[in-house]
Ligand binder design. Structure first.
Ligand code: 2NL
Length: 342
């Protein structure tokens, strides 16, 4: 019996040495140490031995069981470690590789240009004023000297909401009325940047949403000379110290007199080229002296106060400055376009 036990233990050890993974290990355990395993059976056989042989056999079989259990545990730990080592080798990370550069975002060219324009006017003492995009008919038209059915309303095609009298602003001018009412009777100097909305055909030159920046200065004794000086300074700070501007008579319902402002072409300097369509001039904005009716609607007495106002499109300004051919690029969301700025 003892000789058999020694052979069994040897065989069990040899089999355990051949075990390479957890599945085979579980099979080995069942075969030797499980409920019907050979060592378990050998322990049970103790009861069938003559009484005299029991102590020696019992001691030997328990010892075999203990050592095999310890060997099993050691083998199990070795297999688990080997599996972990394999996984680590397979998943190897080279921590010395240079990192992938993070792709930093940047400001949209319209936002950049808008901020650039605001900064120039801020230097001249204009504060930035922001106002709501959803407006009443009254503020968008009525208070700007366009009562219902005024023909000048045809200059703006409007997005209406389902609430009567509530519309998307077609220009930033209603915000100027808010600013005047907030500051009157104090003099006011503000620039008002922001999105405007017009229900129009989208083309290379016009979009249904676009930014506008308007400026407004109201005080006692403000003249058209102040307007011209302010705008020539703006053109030179934005487009270069040699710039010239000219005024052409125009019409806006909220200014009188009104004018369009052209700047000598930044590409040809006025000689005539493809950019200025051989005219030598580029239109940059519209302006005028605030209409007395609008001054009064803003809370100022037109007998005492006067003011100038102007409005421009930052996208248009950016198109001139960077030679962009089509306004639809601005909201087309093509990163190949956006990446070129900033
Ligand atoms: C343009 C022309 C302009 C104004 C905007 C204005 C506002 C008030 C009173 C008087 Cl509250 N005027 N704004 C005046 C003249 C022209 O914009 O072509 N913008 C893109």
């Amino acid at each position: 019996m003892l000789a058999q036990l020694v052979e069994l233990e040897k065989a069990a050890r040899a089999a355990l040495d051949a075990v390479a993974d957890e599945q085979a290990l579980a099979g080995w355990y069942g075969a030797y140490l499980g409920r019907k395993g050979k060592i378990t059976e050998a322990v049970k056989a103790l009861g069938e031995l003559p009484r005299a042989e029991r102590p020696a056999y019992g001691q030997r079989v328990n010892e075999a069981k203990r050592t095999l259990e310890a060997a099993h545990e050691a083998r199990r730990a070795a297999i688990v470690h080997a599996a972990q080592d394999d996984a680590l080798l397979a998943d190897r990370v080279d921590v010395t590789l240079p990192g992938r550069p993070a792709h930093p975002g940047r400001l949209h060219p319209a936002t950049r240009t808008q901020r650039e324009i605001c900064a120039i006017f801020a230097d001249m003492g204009f504060q930035v004023y922001r106002s709501r995009h959803v407006e009443s008919d009254e503020f968008n038209f009525g208070l700007l000297n366009m009562p219902p059915h005024h023909p000048a309303r045809d200059m703006w095609s409007t997005f209406y909401t389902t609430t009567p009298g509530v519309i998307l602003r077609t220009h930033t001018s209603p915000g100027q009325v808010h600013a005047m009412r907030e500051y009157c009777p104090e003099p006011v100097r503000v620039v008002l940047p922001g999105m405007c909305y017009r229900y129009e055909q989208i083309t290379a030159r016009s979009e249904i949403m676009f930014n506008q920046i308007e400026g407004l200065a109201v005080g006692p004794g403000i003249t058209m000379t102040d307007l011209k000086g302010t705008l020539v300074d703006f053109a030179r700070r934005m487009f270069g110290a040699e710039r010239k501007i000219r005024f052409r008579a125009s019409y806006f319902p909220f200014t009188e007199p009104s004018a369009e402002v052209d700047m000598d072409c930044i590409l040809c300097g006025g000689r005539g080229c493809r950019v200025c369509k051989e005219t030598g001039w580029l239109e940059i904005l519209g302006c005028g002296m605030v209409h007395p009716v609008v001054l009064r609607n803003g809370g100022y007495d037109p007998a005492v106060y006067s003011g100038f106002a102007f409005g421009m499109g930052p996208e248009r300004i950016a198109m001139l400055k960077y030679g962009i051919q089509d306004i639809r690029y601005f909201w087309g969301n093509d990163v190949r376009f956006l990446e070129q700025f900033g």
